[in-house]
Write a protein that binds this ligand. Sequence first.
Ligand code: PLP
Length: 489
Amino acid sequence: MTRKGAPMEREPLGDMPIAEFRDDGHRLVDWLAEYFRWSLENPVLSRVRPGAIRTALPATAPEEGEPFERILADFERVLVPGLTQWNHPGYFAYFPCGFSTPGALADFLSTAVSQQAMLWRTSPAATELEEVVLGWLRHALGLPEIFEGVIYDTASTAVVHALATARHEKAPEVRTRGLAGAGSGAFRVYCSEHAHSSVDKAVITLGLGHDHLRRLPADDEHRMRPERLAAAVREDREAGHVPLAVVATVGTTSVTSVDPVPEIAAVCAGERLWLHVDAAYAGTAGILPECRWAIEGVDRADSFVVNPHKWMFTPFDLSAFYCRKMDLLRAAFGLTPEYLKTAEGSEVRNLMDTGFQLGRRFRALKLWVVMRYFGLEGIRARLREQLRLARLFADWVDRDPGFERVAPVPFSVVCFRAVRPGAGREALNALNERLLNGLNDTGEVFLSHTSLGGRYVLRLAIGNIRTTEADVRRVWDLLRERAGALQAG
Ligand code: PLP
């Protein structure tokens, strides 16, 4: 590549000189390569006290510029101790971060080429790559082409757009006159008791009112009950409300249960309700033929979200949102001020039309790089290994009388707890909380917890590209050791 006009020496008002950029860039990559090795021997959870990072940093910005090398040294000294290592093989908390080094390289590249894809003309590459790469993912998931995709930062943003589009379909006048001008009863949204809190935040954000989200009790396997849904919709109509949308979940946050999407889709079709499927974590499993069952019925949804940043080795943030009525979404959000009008017209898609956000990062690049670097087979092989590790761990739990598994393991999350003969609920909850805290204090691993029917439950979520069987074995050994010590103590 020719480098015409690139500044080679420091200019008083220019950017970092290219020669310096080259040196610092090499220094950074070398530092990171070392960090990945170093991080294995350091605690997963940061050990800093609240406020420690803030007080170690000056309260005001420096008046004089500083060399990058010195800034990097301070990063290592002050900030690295405050890093929670999401990409550590012992990270088993929440849903993991879909990190991979090719994805990190792509994110660096994306930032360095400085693209902002609000309009096609402000980045034809970012705009069209997004369409192509979401087409690849849609094809890998076996979803029909009618689902047009757009990349958002998170599944939380996706559900806001899904519900806003549902509202626009039902009551387009809200766009101009506001909810008060809709003149109907209150819109009602339905999900199971296990749906993610982003659904609550979406109804709050959209002014639908938190009271109008109905979280329906789930069945014994933590799945939405379609008959309860149908009954709730009937009740609401009779009460003068306006049923609007259902959010079904494929892979709920606590237990990774899968709502029966085909049956829910049938209720939605009969009642003319928008169906959004939140498959933020488990949707990726749909690229495995043996797990395709998990996304069965999604082809009948109105919208669907899957987060490659959760379980597809793509660094945070990248959420793939698909909608079968993207033109309706554009109608709900489209608004072009004079200064953004361009000559291309309808010949092109402008990403700013697909949501409330104007500016768009070049996120598609990292998904493109990840899908090309590993290939679909490479991704499938890694997912299969993580499914195997979860089943292996579940098997150890099942065979040990000191533990019990509290939910099925359809994917790579195991929910379990320590048990003691004769111990009551409170005692067991206290025991498991102490067990979790002690385990996380070791620094070797990080697990999270949930509550199921009043029981304090530990969650082991596997999804990190660096996690091996030895890491899963280690967490099991630590659990048994610590549970034994608690019993003896
Ligand atoms: N949906 C589910 C099922 C989740 O588990 C989560 C987060 O864990 C979310 C949505 C929200 O994800 P995001 O951080 O992408 O908004």
